[in-house]
Ligand binder design. Structure first.
Ligand code: P6P
Length: 337
């Protein structure tokens, strides 16, 4: 019988490889796993109980909050506080940072950035959605409550990044800077089990993911790249394939495994792009790079960008290395047009 490695076993094995590890990070990831399982349970019964639809409130982005958005946000906050090693959270659903002021949590050495349920406008139509997260060491001194500076760290400072995709199965994919590993939730035992060890994204691909409804608003270089993808490839005689779900985690996960590029550029309506640097682009960029891909804002490496605010948006290009180099060639060539 094939050996099953659970997420907790994997994390403990990796902890053993780090002599100075105290177990705090392992504890944090364990609580992330618990929160993901709780969200999985609610997502999978959406439609059967009153968990669908709008919560009747708006988030900081002025977007209608779905009931599952609120549930996921509250569940992750509660579990991260219960870990006792996280001192604060920046969440897509909260205007300001959430700081833990009592006891152990106040002195936690980690901070957490998250989009608790990304793509939630797709919930009511049964499209895959996801949780996206980043973990950093705090910068502020232990003994004080977490400060905003703890969260305005460049993506290259991430200790870990991951996402949970609630789809045909529920998977947790994460990196700590030593490759990318994927764990599928086995509901018969209630554990995330290693199913995709050492994920590598293809160096090239034929899938391009972009909301072509915004075509007229795109930079010229992006328009020219889309037309390039639509031409028959002289070598393979096969045009590229357009795949766009409108749920970042689902679009990224498919491209990560099959080979492709995801683009959300600046547009007239979103002059700095739509996706948020702290809890969408940075974690996805860390994973992309660790799997052999690239991630930029069209010009600069995402992980080098210095955040100025916790809900800052940036243009986002990520995927297979050769596809990324090609689109950036188009952007440079047509940037002055
Ligand atoms: P659009 C979902 O709302 C989200 O934040 C990402 O998950 C997704 O990639 C993007 O927005 C889709 O945006 O404008 O194409 O609907």
């Amino acid at each position: 019988m094939n050996k099953v490695t659970t997420l907790n076993q994997f994390v403990i094995e990796k902890q053993a490889e780090v002599p100075e590890a105290t177990g705090g990070f392992s504890c944090l990831l364990h609580h992330v796993g618990i929160a993901a399982k709780k969200v999985h349970r609610e997502v999978n019964k959406a439609g059967l109980v009153d968990i669908l639809g709008r919560a009747g409130t708006e988030n900081v982005q002025g977007e209608d909050q779905q009931k599952l958005d609120v549930y996921a946000n509250e569940t992750f906050i509660a579990e991260l506080k219960a870990s006792g090693v996280c001192c604060g959270i920046a969440s897509e659903e909260n205007q300001d940072i959430v700081v833990f002021e009592e006891g152990m949590s106040r002195d936690g050495k980690y901070i957490f950035c998250m989009d608790p349920l990304d793509g939630s406008s797709n919930i009511d139509v049964n499209v895959s959605i996801g949780t996206i997260f980043s973990i950093y060491h705090r910068k502020s001194p232990i003994g004080e409550v977490a400060q905003i500076e703890d969260f305005l760290q460049a993506g290259c400072e991430q200790l870990a990044a991951g996402y949970v995709i609630y789809g045909s199965s529920t998977m947790l994919v994460y990196t700590t800077g030593n490759g990318v590993n994927g764990f599928t939730l086995d509901t018969s035992i209630g554990e995330f089990c290693l199913s995709h060890p050492n994920i590598r994204t293809p160096e090239d691909g034929t899938i391009y993911s972009i909301n072509e409804g915004n075509y007229e608003k795109f930079p010229v270089g992006v328009k020219k790249y889309i037309k390039y993808c639509q031409e028959t490839d002289k070598r393979t005689k096969r045009p590229y394939t357009s795949r766009y779900i409108g749920s970042l985690v689902a679009d990224f996960h498919r491209n990560l495994l099959k080979g492709g590029i995801f683009i959300y550029p600046e547009t007239n309506s979103h002059p700095t792009g739509k996706l948020r640097l702290l809890y969408e682009c940075n974690p996805i960029a860390f994973i992309a790079e660790q799997a052999g891909g690239l991630a930029t804002d069209g010009e600069r490496r995402i992980l080098d960008l210095q955040p100025e605010t916790i809900h800052q948006r940036v243009p986002f290009y990520t995927g297979a290395k050769n596809m990324m180099l090609k689109v950036m060639e188009f952007l440079r060539f047509f940037e002055k047009v």
